[in-house]
Design a protein. Structure first.
Length: 237
């Protein structure tokens, strides 16, 4: 009996269409947010110094937007105390006042002395993080980037405050951020030698915490933060 074999014929597969990479659209932040970020950054790193009068037209041209988002951004910055609006004239960048310096220094001392004591005993992870921030500050100082040094300086202190584990104090300290950065750049511009002194004092604070010396850590904080008032006192012009 002859059997018949039926073979299925496999047709060649249709060529696959090339896979197109997914389209990613880099959406820009809203115009008012871009203006806000531009002005705030310039005020904090002192490209717009205290006493500078900013106009809506110049700001709109600088960021490439209309005047409407500029007005919105200026209103936000006035609420934060960085500028003062004058109708039909513009916005005046406010200088750092003697009272502001006093208030910030007093608040920092209260928070940071407490945090320095709470840092003892310190975990290996916490010490490693402080060492990392200190090394980054040294590198930025060598590059001469004062604004970045000021940011890293503030991060070093903020890390110690955060480590204290008190969320209310951490939020309070964060509210001082802008004022601290502005004062930090002012000090470094007026006193270039202070950059190296800051790094040295940060190293002393780190070593006191590493050694488990609560009183020594608090003493370094008092000396380190207390100098800010003296160094920035001439900012109220």
């Amino acid at each position: 009996m002859r059997s018949c074999c039926i073979y299925a014929v496999r047709m060649p597969a249709a060529p696959l269409a090339p896979v197109q990479p997914p389209k990613t659209s880099l959406k820009q932040p809203p115009a008012a947010d871009r203006v806000y970020a531009h002005i705030k950054e310039a005020v904090l790193d002192r490209r717009y110094e205290g006493g500078t009068l900013l106009t809506e037209g110049d700001l709109a041209d600088a960021v490439g937007v209309s005047r409407t988002p500029v007005r919105e951004a200026l209103l936000r910055l006035e609420v934060e105390g960085l500028i003062k609006l004058y109708p039909k004239k513009g916005a005046l960048v406010l200088a750092v006042s003697a009272q502001e310096i006093k208030d910030v220094v007093e608040t920092r001392l209260l928070v940071e002395e407490f945090a320095a004591r709470r840092a003892v005993p310190a975990s290996a992870q916490f010490l490693a993080r402080l060492e990392e921030l200190l090394e980054e500050q040294r590198r930025l100082a060598e590059d001469g980037d004062l604004a970045a040094v000021a940011v890293k300086d503030r991060c070093f202190h903020a890390e110690i405050v955060k480590n204290a584990g008190n969320e209310i104090l951490s939020r309070l300290y964060d509210q001082l951020r802008d004022r601290q950065l502005r004062m930090g750049v002012a000090v470094m511009e007026a006193h270039p030698g202070r950059i190296e002194a800051n790094i040295t004092e940060h190293a002393e604070l780190l070593e006191a915490i590493r050694a488990g010396d609560e009183d020594g850590a608090a003493q370094v904080v008092r000396r380190h933060v207390g100098r800010v008032r003296v160094l920035v006192r001439g900012e109220d012009r």
